[in-house]
Design a protein around this ligand. Structure first.
Ligand code: GLU
Ligand code: ZN
Length: 296
């Protein structure tokens, strides 16, 4: 598996651009370290650039001290030298102008539905992925205090994930018309990330497997906005807190801050992260400059 993955990496062109895109809604934890191992390790191994993007689109959950901590932690791990990064809230105009472009094509409508209302209508159990049923599409709702949805047609998107293999996704069946701005005026994840990846010239997406289902809709957004640059995608394994639950920001004991206070070195953390996702046979210290060896 790993050998085949390395071979596929090796076949990629040099000079691609990837990104590390944490949300400042909590401290970085071991799961982020695993993602960072993939991002920086692969980038070094195939001579790709890394863009750091602070994904602070969800203004209600973002806190400045988390952003500061993320930059400190990445520096401490030896992954970045200068805090050179993009921040989503610095270019809100990007999202606005893409939304206007879609609106001019008649693809945007206001939606006042709450999650609960959608659930009640569609009978879906509460779960992460809720399919929107198109309820407001022809109702001509007023936009103030409403969310904005983008009409998706029912095309299927096929792509090859370098880790997870061939995929086919039908975004409209998965999620229905996409909410691109929520009722509080925040741009939403899939929209913001697609606009940013295009604007920042990202053509290699490396992130956790929990986001694999989002890729079809991001490809659909790219296609809708006429972005022709092809992208390579890698959705890497996650670290699991328990067999049912992936690590999350709630698991304070794996926050990098905590591990550091416990006396762990950057190399111990990177090595532990690499081991936890199957890149090493046993935990052993691995410094930032050694990560490329995992993928070469
Ligand atoms: N901001 C997202 C997160 O922290 C990652 C988004 C992405 O890599 O596409 O989970
Ligand atoms: Zn609605």
């Amino acid at each position: 598996m790993l050998a085949e993955f390395r071979q596929q990496l090796h076949n990629l062109p040099r000079g691609l651009r990837t990104r590390f895109a944490p949300s400042p809604t909590g401290y970085l934890h071991l799961g982020h370290a695993a993602s960072a191992v993939f991002v920086w390790g692969i980038a070094k191994a195939i001579e790709a650039d890394v863009v750091l993007r602070i994904e602070d689109h969800d203004r209600g959950r973002v806190r400045p001290e988390y952003e500061k901590a993320i930059l400190e932690d990445l520096t401490w791990l030896g992954l970045i030298q200068t805090p050179d990064f993009f921040r989503q809230s610095d270019h809100w105009d990007r999202y606005q102008s893409k939304m206007e472009e879609a609106r001019a094509r008649g693809l945007i409508y206001a939606c006042t539905c709450s999650r609960r209302e959608i659930q009640e209508r569609t009978g879906e159990e509460s779960r992460d992925e809720l399919r929107y049923d198109g309820h407001c599409r022809f109702l001509g709702r007023a936009e103030s205090q409403a969310g904005l949805r983008l009409q998706l047609d029912d095309r299927a998107f096929a792509f090859h994930d370098l880790w997870a293999g061939p995929q086919v996704q039908k975004p409209h069946e998965q999620c229905g018309d996409l909410l691109i701005r929520d009722r509080d005026g925040n741009w939403t994840y899939n929209f913001a990330v697609s606009v940013d990846d295009a604007a920042e010239g990202v053509d290699l997406i490396i992130r956790g497997q929990d986001l694999l289902t989002a890729t079809g809709r991001q490809l659909q957004l790219r296609s809708l906005f006429g972005i022709t640059q092809p992208i390579q995608v890698i959705h890497h394994p996650l670290i699991w807190e328990s067999p049912e639950r992936k690590l999350s920001k709630r698991d304070g004991s794996t926050s990098l801050r905590h591990l550091r206070e416990q006396g762990q070195s950057p190399a111990m953390i990177l090595g532990q992260a690499a081991f936890s996702v199957g890149l090493l046979d046993r935990p052993q210290p691995l410094a930032a400059h050694e990560l490329k060896g995992l993928f070469a």
